[in-house]
Design a protein around this ligand. Structure first.
Ligand code: OAD
Length: 235
């Protein structure tokens, strides 16, 4: 018999216990930086050096980061389920934990690509370069002669993987959402594509902004919440 399908939508909260600051919590990244300066397409054209430095810092931080028990528990679900992780995170901790199907909605820190023209957010997948944890600076060029930019979906740009994510959520028998404030669209609206009979579990220690009779809110941090979720699955 085919395995049941779980789609797992994750946000910064799943990596918080690996030592990464979230964006919108107290002490989060968007208190220290202006999101429009470092994570928007306008910010990129205003000051590429600042944006490159911001992502170089994030990339260096990722070098020594380890997946936590929540990433590992999500990977462990693959034993009994077909699991599709849809992550808003640009870290690689789901992959490090052993998840084999990971769709990155907002890009990946360890990758860069040519900027390809003013306000042009299109690219070919064969233009994407894996730089690991290395810095990328102004003047570092792609093979096509263009400045390299982070392989990140900046605010103001399209989210190329959203259609794939919608398909995965629509096909899910269970939807699990971990550690996202559900403030950033289109990712925040994905849960609406779950089938009418698909149970939705949200793990987050804070209030969640969505109300739907299919939702069970597990009000715990990701590591603890995953333990609770696994117990609920057993029942
Ligand atoms: P946010 O910082 O907006 O939300 C983090 C969520 O994680 C909040 O709901 C917290 O309550 C929750 N949280 C905090 N600690 C947690 C823990 N230990 N376990 C579980 N949950 C915890 O981050 P995202 O929703 O991921 O985009 O933000 C979405 C997007 O906005 C990001 O992908 C990024 C950002 O700007 C780009 O940069 C393109």
């Amino acid at each position: 018999m085919a395995k049941k399908r779980i789609a797992v939508l994750t946000g910064a909260g799943v990596s918080a216990e690996s030592g990464f600051a979230t964006f919108r919590d107290t002490g989060g990244l968007w208190e220290q930086y202006n999101v429009n300066d470092v994570a928007s397409i306008e910010g990129w054209y205003r000051n590429r050096e600042l944006v490159l430095r911001f992502y170089n810092d994030r990339r260096r931080q990722l070098r020594d980061a380890r997946p936590n028990a929540a990433h590992l528990a999500i990977a462990g679900l693959e034993k009994d389920y077909r699991v599709d992780v849809i992550t808003q995170n640009v870290d690689n901790l789901h992959e490090k934990a052993g998840s084999t199907r990971v769709l990155h909605l907002h890009g990946e820190l360890t990758k860069v690509r040519p900027e390809n023209g003013l306000y042009d957010d299109t690219y070919r997948t064969d233009e994407v370069i894996d730089v690991g944890f290395e810095d990328v600076n102004l003047g570092d060029l792609a093979p096509n002669g263009q400045q390299l930019r982070p392989h990140i979906v900046f605010f103001g740009e399209a989210v190329p993987n959203i259609e794939k994510a919608i398909d995965l959520v629509s096909a899910a028998d269970i939807l699990l959402i971990v550690g996202t404030s559900l403030q950033v669209y289109p990712a925040a609206g994905l849960y609406r594509y779950a089938r009418f009979d698909t149970p939705i579990y949200i793990i987050d220690p804070q209030d969640v902004p969505v109300h739907d009779k299919r939702i069970t809110h597990i009000r715990e941090v990701a590591t603890k919440g995953m333990e609770t979720f696994l117990k609920m699955l057993e029942k």
